[in-house]
Design a protein around this ligand. Structure first.
Ligand code: CA
Length: 71
């Protein structure tokens, strides 16, 4: 997992991260996961992580979410 240098994560960056996670998991898990599902998941996760609803995930919001969900 990476955190970008500007200290915030945009939805596009989140999609990159989640897509690569899904790529990894897709080889390990069933059923196969397609890009549409990854995008849906990004929307869901993004809304959940963006605590102050400013449309980007700050490092603090990111770390809070990681602590909550345990990854
Ligand atoms: Ca935010």
């Amino acid at each position: 997992m990476y955190v970008v240098g500007d200290g915030i994560i945009t939805k596009d960056e989140m999609l990159d991260v989640v897509s690569s996670i899904y790529d990894m998991m897709g080889r390990l898990a069933t059923p196969s996961i397609d890009e549409y599902t990854a995008k849906d998941h990004v929307e869901m996760v993004f809304q959940r992580m963006d605590a102050n609803k400013d449309g980007v995930i700050s490092v603090e919001e990111f770390m809070d979410t990681c602590r909550r969900v345990g990854y």
